[in-house]
Design a protein around this ligand. Structure first.
Ligand code: HEM
Length: 254
């Protein structure tokens, strides 16, 4: 038996001082584009937002062109497909019955407990990105208890998929971690080639695509943290001023 294990990846964006690593987001985008986009949509993400990853306008137009979007205005209002522009969102992909990934990093948690207390989330973070990365690397050969024709792919991190009766004990408890997922293993390592020669091992690719999906789910994280610091800084100065004012007001009486 045992719990599904989500690895605690050390992402650059963790903690109060953490921020996105632009190069990692670019690598993640490349993996998403070349591997995941055939089945998964990113329908809530405007393509022009990729400017935050360091691309200029020409690059954004060139990138957008590879997607076809439906435009109701074309064909005298009957609508037609045309190549996407940066002002369009990434297409929604429904053909593979795969969930949209725009918000996935916030829709999943990697860390729970202990005992439902949520303390792990306090120290390690919610872990959506870690969950995605671990899911990519969580495929294993199906355990012997499973019938050979059991549908799906055995993944030790995915816990809500199909599970064969044969792998339960007398009390009905699971004897092997994870469950069977409908997604075939999308990454095997060396699925893409990075311009900067960065490693494309399965572990690195998993982390990079997960970081990219964290960015799609929370594109303003860096700005949010900065605003938080400015706020705290402002309150500190205000506290000092109020302290001095208070001293001064009460000086004649004390
Ligand atoms: C589900 C990520 C490529 C088909 C998912 C989920 C994630 C994900 C995070 C949700 C798991 C959950 O519900 O907890 C990715 C990434 C990919 C990728 C990062 C690229 C590296 C693909 C490809 C296909 C595909 C190429 C199609 C051949 C599916 C399907 C599901 C799914 C069908 C639903 C699985 C189920 O509920 O059993 N994927 N995916 N994915 N994906 Fe992918």
């Amino acid at each position: 038996g045992g719990e599904a294990h989500v690895e605690d990846y050390a992402f650059s964006f963790e903690g109060p001082f953490g921020s996105y690593d632009q190069m990692q987001l670019q690598r993640g985008l490349k993996i998403f584009t070349e591997v995941c986009a055939s089945c998964h949509g990113l329908k809530y993400v405007p393509i022009r937002d990729l400017g935050a990853l360091g691309y200029n306008e020409d690059q954004l137009f060139a990138y957008a062109e590879q997607f076809d979007v439906f435009d109701q205005e074309l064909n005298d209002g009957d609508g037609d497909f045309r190549p996407a522009r940066p002002a369009d969102n990434f297409p929604a992909v429904t053909s593979a019955a795969a969930p949209d990934l725009s918000m996935m990093a916030k829709a999943r948690a990697g860390f729970h407990g202990p005992y439902g207390l949520g303390i792990n989330q306090f120290f390690k973070g919610i872990g959506g990105a870690e969950y995605i990365a671990s899911l990519m690397a969580g495929y294993h050969e199906a355990p012997e208890c499973a019938p050979e024709d059991f549908p799906g792919y055995y993944n030790t991190v995915f816990t809500v998929g199909g599970y064969p009766e044969e792998c339960k004990n007398e009390e009905g408890a699971h004897t092997v971690p994870g469950s069977w997922i409908a997604m075939p293993p999308p990454l095997a390592g060396d699925d893409v080639e990075f311009d900067d020669g960065h490693s494309a091992s399965l572990h690195h690719e998993a982390a990079d695509v997960a970081a990219f999906l964290m960015w799609t789910a929370e594109p303003k994280m860096n700005q949010r943290k900065e605003a938080g610091f400015i706020g705290v800084f402002f309150l500190l100065i205000l506290s000092v001023l109020l302290y001095l004012v208070n001293k001064r007001i009460w000086a004649p009486i004390k």
